[in-house]
Design a protein around this ligand. Structure first.
Ligand code: UD1
Length: 351
C-alpha cells in the first residue's frame, strides 16, 4: 500500500471476497472507507453474498465495491483489473480449503492454490503493486511441541496437501521479499474462524457435508443433520476431546483491516497469529451452541479423525502489540451469531 496513507484513496483487491472470511473482511473494509474490488470465480461461494454486503454497509459504501467474476489464475482477467483500478494492496483469500478433498485431489489443490498465487504476484509485480496480505493458517504449525503457539514456533510438516499449499505459499511470498525488498508481505495465520456477521445476513455456507466442526454443529441445530460426530474423546485434554482456538470471523476481519493499516508504506515480511489465545474443546463448543439455540444438541463419539492434533491455541501478543488488534468476542457470542445466521438462512445463501 505504497502510494497513500489515506484510506479514502486506497483501493484493495480482495481475492475470494465472496467466501466466508473474505466477505466479512470486505464489509469491514467498506465500513472503514476503502475502495474494494473483489475477484472471485464463485467456485465455492455465492454471488448472493454481494447483496447481503450491500444491505449491511448501505448504498453509499456499496458504491465503493466492484465485483469481477474471474479465476485468480486467469492472468488476462487480473491484468484487466489492474489496468482499470489503481490497486494499492491485495488481500489474497482465494483458494481451495477442504482438507479431506485435498488428499484426494492433490494436483488440483497444488495447482489451484499455488498456481493462482504465482499468477497473482506476477501480475501485481508487472503493475507495480507489491503489498499483499495472505490468508495463511495455524495448520503450518502442525502438531505443536509447546502451547501457546507464537509466530516463532517452528513450522512443522503439513499433514495434507491443503496444509502444504499454505506452508509453501508462505515461503513463496517470503522469497519475494528476499529477491525484491520493495515487497510488503503480511502472513496472517488464522486459528479456527467461526461465527457470522451479527446481522444474520452473512455467514459460513459450505457446500455439501461440512468438514469443520462449527458449520456441522449449526446444521444439526437447524435440523439438517441428526447429531454431531465428535472425533475422539481420548485425547490428553480436560474432557478428552480436541481443543482449538476459535475466533469470531468479525474479529478476523478486523485483524485484516488492522494489518492493512499497519503495513501502509512499509516493506518486508511479517507473520501474525490471529486467534483469541483461549482453547475450547469440542464438547464445550456443543454445550455453548446448545445454549445459543436453546436445545441440547445430540452428539455421538466417533474414532479420532486422521491428521487431527490434540490441541492448539495462539499467543496473540504480537498482533496486539504491533497491529493494535485483539479479539473481542468469546465463544458464547460466536455461537450466538452463528446460530442467528443459520436459523435465518437454514440452507445458506441459496435457501
Ligand atoms: C481444519 C483443518 C485445518 C484447516 C482448518 C480450516 C484438519 C485436520 N485440519 O482445522 O488444516 O486450516 O480446518 O478451517 O482438517 N471435529 C469433530 N467433529 C466434526 C468436525 C470436527 O469432532 O464433525 C473436531 C476435530 O476433531 C477438532 C475440532 O473439532 O478437534 C475442530 O475441527 P475443524 O473445525 O475441522 O478444524 P481443525 O481440524 O482445527
Amino acid at each position: 500500500m505504497a502510494k497513500t496513507e489515506s484510506v479514502q484513496d486506497t483501493c484493495v483487491l480482495v481475492t475470494g471476497g465472496c467466501g466466508f472470511i473474505g466477505s466479512h473482511t470486505v464489509v469491514v473494509l467498506l465500513e472503514r472507507g476503502y475502495e474494494v474490488v473483489i475477484v472471485d470465480d464463485l467456485s465455492n461461494s455465492s454471488e448472493k453474498v454481494l447483496d447481503r454486503i450491500d444491505q449491511i454497509v448501505g448504498d453509499d459504501a456499496a458504491q465503493r465495491l466492484t465485483f469481477v467474476r474471474a479465476d485468480v489464475a486467469d492472468k488476462d482477467a487480473l491484468d484487466a483489473v489492474f489496468d482499470e483500478f489503481q490497486i494499492d494492496a491485495v488481500i489474497h483469500f482465494a483458494g481451495y480449503k477442504a482438507v479431506g478433498e485435498s488428499v484426494e485431489k492433490p494436483i488440483e489443490y497444488y495447482s489451484n492454490n499455488i498456481g493462482n498465487t504465482l499468477a497473482l504476484v506476477d501480475v501485481m509485480r508487472n503493475h507495480g503493486c507489491k503489498s499483499i496480505v495472505f490468508s495463511s493458517s495455524a495448520t503450518v504449525y502442525g502438531d505443536p511441541d509447546a502451547l501457546p503457539l507464537t509466530e516463532e514456533s517452528p513450522k512443522k510438516p503439513a499433514t495434507n496437501p491443503y496444509g502444504w499449499t499454505k506452508w509453501m505459499i508462505e515461503e513463496i511470498l517470503a522469497s519475494l521479499v528476499v529477491a525484491d525488498p520493495e515487497w510488503n508481505v503480511v502472513l496472517l495465520r488464522y486459528f479456527n474462524p467461526i461465527g457470522a456477521h451479527a446481522s444474520g445476513l452473512m455467514g459460513e455456507d459450505p457446500k455439501g457435508i461440512p468438514n469443520n466442526l462449527l458449520p456441522y454443529v449449526a446444521q444439526v441445530a437447524v435440523g439438517r443433520r441428526d447429531a454431531v460426530h465428535v472425533f475422539g474423546d481420548d485425547y490428553n485434554t480436560p474432557d478428552g476431546t480436541g481443543v482449538r482456538d476459535y475466533i469470531h470471523v468479525m474479529d478476523l476481519a478486523e485483524g485484516h483491516a488492522a494489518a492493512l493499516a499497519w503495513m501502509a508504506n512499509k516493506t518486508g515480511c511479517e507473520v501474525f497469529n490471529l486467534g483469541t489465545g483461549t482453547g475450547t474443546s469440542v464438547l464445550e463448543i456443543i454445550k455453548a451452541f446448545s445454549a445459543a439455540c436453546g436445545r441440547e444438541l445430540p452428539y455421538v463419539i466417533e474414532p479420532r479423525r486422521a491428521g487431527d492434533v490434540t490441541a492448539n491455541y495462539a499467543d496473540c501478543t504480537k498482533a496486539r502489540e504491533v497491529l493494535g488488534w485483539e479479539a473481542q468476542y468469546g465463544i458464547a457470542e460466536m455461537c450466538r451469531d452463528s446460530w442467528n445466521w443459520q436459523s435465518n438462512n437454514p440452507n445458506g445463501y441459496e435457501g
